[in-house]
Design a protein around this ligand. Sequence first.
Ligand code: NAI
Ligand code: PHE
Length: 350
Amino acid sequence: MEELLQEWDGEFVVCRYDDRTGARLFVAVHSTRLGPAAGGTRLKAYPKAADGARDACRLAAAMTLKMAVAGLPMGGGKSVLALPPDAAALSPIERRHLLTTHARTLEALHGTYWTGPDVGTASADMDVLRETTRHAFGASTAYGGSGSSAPDTAVGVFYGIQASLRHCFGSADLAGRRVLVQGVGAVGWRLVELLHQSGAHVIVADVAFDRVERLYESLDVEVVAPASVIGTVCDVYAPCAMGGVLDARTIPALRCRVVAGAANNPLSEPADADLLRERGILYAPDYVINGGGAIHLIGYETLGWSAGQVAEHLRGIGSTLVEIYERAEKESVSTATAAEQLAAARLAGA
Ligand code: NAI
Ligand code: PHE
């Protein structure tokens, strides 16, 4: 915790305890420089409560960069509802209680921070938050929200993969390209459909075998075991599950040309971007390529955009990546550094 306090440059963190589930609730507001902070609510078990706090702080910082790069008038924040490591699955009543406790915190923040869905939460959970606070994006349309952000996140990742292929191979054509999607949840599943429609050879992996099985039955995809993802030969590796998948141990074992997926914080530490560069692997920075969810939620619910305007901004993810790749090459830096420079310029101009 001491280390976290020393390294985090955010504005504030709120911590709360839910006695019914034993969960620690964290809301980290990293920056309100560009507008009220926004970022999803992550619900999962952590070995220690401090691990949940660290995740909230790191993810909130990435949201600041995401909003800046996407040109959205919002700051960065994140919530983590950290369940105890041995927690059994929550009953519907416990889940509602936990979410309502969280909603009270959001209400007390008076709109300084707006949440939305993230790993472990979905539109139905935002509906529950909306019963207590309006500061939650991504509720169902019946509750006045814009629904799940996942399909548009997938669309943005798809454009990002095309831009990455064009940079790497001189053509964005997906026909015959081997694309490995790790995690076929809300985002990964839709991404697989889009890639498949474009003629890619799609390889999938997920720890939830029932999902893989359903996908395999409906589309012509190749399946690999979750443990084999890193060493699988492919053109594009698209991490769409949890963060921390790339580090000094996994990067040397990668057999791909491009890393471009939805997962937030796939790098274990910033230096991993340099390791990828040294290996000649093109890395699409996470908060750039996965900005489609934020574009959907904030575009529809705050900026009043039409579907056409949202679609145009999703396409813009590809152009932003091209700009980052060109800057990285010109200045001989990693693509992560080039993306940070772009975000810093936008934040400085605020
Ligand atoms: P999800 O929870 O619906 O799907 C995640 C999938 O990954 C699940 O099917 C799960 O079984 C699988 N998985 C977990 N660990 C795995 C492992 N070790 N190997 C293979 N599969 C594994 O989550 P969602 O919404 O699809 O998000 C995926 C990632 O994209 C997350 O990192 C999230 O933070 C990020 N993201 C999501 C956005 C959204 O709009 N939903 C927006 C921006 C980022
Ligand atoms: N959790 C998603 C993300 O990381 C979607 C989201 C964006 C939720 C903005 C709230 C606000 O991008």
